[in-house]
Design a protein around this ligand. Structure first.
Ligand code: PLP
Length: 410
């Protein structure tokens, strides 16, 4: 049938996903050098096991599934009330953010939500992203046919507004010259490890309200914040209820990368004009969940609830502190070795400038071959990531120390 064709927007995506390319290179090196011990500080996966409070909740929920009286089948599309309530109380209302339980949509994580959220906006919505950026925001808009044409030589899409985040602006985006419809922000940031203050985020909220844009705020790394003036949620800013959607994840705070749990928050006040009416984006996302999503598993939502118990909170804090000990070690070790580094203070990511003006991929090969350490080339996150490199604190302390020993010897 000649009418059947692949979705050609998918065919516009350049190369393979960044982490597949890295995995291929690492595997090839390991095969050629089977005796070398490679330390992986590249991919953003966690390594510590789930905490006891979560394991206990999982066991209990599993046992409930074995008994007719407590068995649960399809979960409510938008999430179980117990989890929506626990999140609303602990992540929002206890911080003074006015968020109702029913404004929280439970999901299987921030990757799917950050990729899917664009669907509820029009095809001609223009997106603005930080550069460098978590690749999912851009790629999901490429798949949706929103980004125009790709220029191989610059790595730039013709219909995307890029907001460079480099050492020159302290890795904080500036308001774009051209007005966007959708603005993706993520703080603490992946990959640069930078953050912005509440006053700085307020500028974005005021701007979005003024121009009628919607901010998609990715708070996946909020558990790593230790400074008082850095907001954990965009709803700490005044006026965010009318312009901001927030994404939450249980991956990096509680180690749910394999278990899978997250949430999207859409306040009822967030409306977009259409044919003289104000359309609540909350309704559209609810409709999408109802049609395309069956909800996170019951046992996983119970595990998520356990993160908000006193024991769960303390255990998670301890996990985060362990990763931050690694981050601190990596950051200071690199500084001592003369590298130009940032991030790593309220973020598990350390961002460094490659030495001797090497490209990000040249430094990747150099580090893999000479130190057997794997990191992530900054250029994989966007054109302004070129000549930068990301190391993560998600390994063990021993591996972080050994990796730094090797890097110092280079
Ligand atoms: N958002 C950002 C900025 C991330 O870096 C990641 C994972 O690395 C995610 C979202 C995905 O989180 P999840 O595991 O909840 O899908």
């Amino acid at each position: 049938d000649l009418d059947l064709r692949p979705n050609s927007d998918y065919l516009k995506l350049p190369g393979s996903y960044l982490f597949s390319t890295i995995a291929k290179k690492v595997n090839a090196y390991q095969q050629a050098n089977p005796d070398k011990k490679i330390i992986r500080l590249g991919i953003g996966d966690v390594t510590q096991p789930l905490c006891p409070a979560v394991i206990e909740a999982l066991h209990k929920a599993v046992d409930e599934q074995a008994v007719a009286e407590t068995f649960r089948g399809y979960a409510p599309d938008l999430g179980y009330d117990f989890l929506r309530h626990a999140m609303a109380e602990n992540d929002f209302r206890s911080r003074g953010c006015d968020i109702a339980d029913d404004e929280i949509f439970i999901s299987d994580g921030a990757k799917s939500d950050s990729g899917n959220i664009q669907e509820i906006f029009s095809q001609d919505a223009k997106i603005a992203v930080c550069d460098p950026v978590y690749p999912v925001y851009v790629d999901s808009n490429v798949m949706a046919g929103r980004t125009g044409d790709y220029d191989e030589s610059t790595g730039i899409w013709s219909n995307v507004i890029y907001m460079p985040c480099t050492a020159e602006n302290g890795f904080a985006p500036e308001l774009p010259k051209e007005t966007p419809d959708l603005i993706y922000l993520c703080f603490p940031n992946n990959p640069t490890g930078s953050a912005i203050t509440k006053d700085q985020l307020q500028v974005w909220v005021d701007y979005a309200n003024k121009v009628g844009a919607v901010i998609i705020f990715d708070a996946a790394y909020e558990a790593y914040i230790s400074e008082d003036n850095v907001p954990h949620s965009i709803y700490e800013c005044e006026g965010a209820r009318t312009c901001a959607i927030e994404l939450r994840s249980f991956s990096k705070n509680a180690g749910f990368t394999g278990l899978r749990l997250g949430a999207t928050i859409i306040p009822h006040d967030l409306t977009v004009d259409f044919e003289g009416k104000k359309v609540q984006m909350h309704s559209l996302w609810a409709r999408r969940h109802g049609t395309k999503y069956n909800g996170a598993p019951y046992i996983v939502q119970r595990a998520g609830e356990a993160c908000y118990s006193d024991a769960g909170k303390a255990q998670i804090k301890d996990m985060v502190a362990r990763y931050m000990k690694n981050a601190n070690y990596i950051l200071n070790g690199l500084k001592d070795a003369g590298y130009d580094v940032s991030g790593g203070v309220i973020s598990p990511y350390v961002w460094l400038r490659t030495p001797d003006n090497m490209t990000s991929w040249e430094f990747f090969d150099h580090l893999l071959e000479k130190a057997n350490v794997v990191g992530t080339p900054g250029s994989g996150f966007g054109p302004s990531g070129e000549h930068y490199f990301r190391l993560t604190a998600f390994g063990s302390y021993e591996n972080s120390v050994e990796a730094l020993e090797r890097i110092k010897k280079l």
